[in-house]
Design a protein around this ligand. Structure first.
Ligand code: SF4
Length: 276
């Protein structure tokens, strides 16, 4: 090893390491030479929270956003759609399923039933075979048909473009409403909180809550409003690509030096028991 080159090691102080900016996502084989396994049983001083560390410090939040921009500059919703109604149907179908699975189902579904009026004319039972492979198909069929009927009967066949009216549709809670408002109408009314956003917000100590509504409230206070839409998409993509639920790929993660999650698989900083 050349003189003066010191391999990255876990921090003793728990403070950030100030590692150089990482320009690309691919794994760096050199970093994997001396992986340090996170050890959830070993905490820093004072209950695992290093002195002077503030997880919500504006500089730390800004650095997280900057790194997300570098990793995922132009990401958007992965659900295939051509209009607000198709996005609404796809989002309802995506609950407890994957976007890829939904994207396999929706092209044929929208070929068979091209308009919201076509869906409104169905019974939930008629729709069930078409959405069966997305799981929970009985409830989803009921929600989709119910939403179509309400949109046709009360909103002149147009998907509402505001939170209040979207929340009156069957099967639509804040997560789905935020997807429609942010992705289709480009309105930042809130932040999408799905399973990825829940997990990663906790790992990055942006929230200590596990309830989606409370997590969204925390994030809305911490993240600048003009970043709400993109932040949701970036975190969701990060959850798919690197910060996966089991064995996150921390050695490849450009946020690693900012992350103190207890379940990290590779760490250069002190880990925190509450960041999981
Ligand atoms: S370092 Fe690991 S746990 Fe933390 S954000 Fe990156 S992938 Fe997720």
């Amino acid at each position: 090893m050349p003189r003066g080159v010191v391999p990255r090691q876990p921090s003793k102080s728990g403070r950030h390491q100030g590692t150089p900016a990482k320009k690309s996502l691919p794994a760096r084989p050199g970093r994997a030479r001396s992986p340090v396994q996170a050890q959830p049983g070993k905490r820093g001083k004072r209950g695992g929270v290093p002195r002077g560390y503030d997880a919500l410090a504006p500089a730390r939040i800004a650095e997280i956003l900057k790194r997300l921009d570098q990793l995922y500059p132009d990401v958007t919703c992965a659900l295939t759609h051509r209009n607000a109604w198709e996005l609404l149907v796809a989002t309802i179908l995506s609950a407890q399923s994957t976007d890829a699975n939904v994207n396999r189902v929706t092209p044929e579904l929208f070929r068979k039933y091209p308009t919201v009026q076509d869906f409104a004319a169905l019974t939930p039972e008629q729709l069930q075979p078409d959405v069966r492979s997305t799981g929970f198909f009985r409830n989803k069929s009921k929600s989709v048909v119910g939403a179509a009927q309400k949109i046709v009967n009360e909103f002149h066949g147009e998907v509402p473009d505001n939170m209040e009216q979207l929340l009156t549709l069957p099967g639509v809670a804040r997560k789905t409403a935020n997807v429609i408002l942010g992705t289709w109408f480009k309105k930042a009314d809130g932040i999408v909180v799905d399973t990825h956003v829940t997990r990663i917000s906790r790992r990055l100590e942006l929230t200590k809550n596990s309830d989606a509504v409370k997590i969204e409230q925390d994030l809305m206070k911490e993240i600048p409003r003009e970043r709400w839409i993109l932040f949701s998409h970036q975190i969701i993509w990060h959850g798919r690509k690197l910060c996966i639920a089991r064995r996150p790929k921390c050695a490849e993660c450009a946020l690693e030096h900012l992350c103190h999650a207890a379940d990290k698989t590779w760490s250069t900083v002190e880990i925190h028991k509450n960041a999981k």
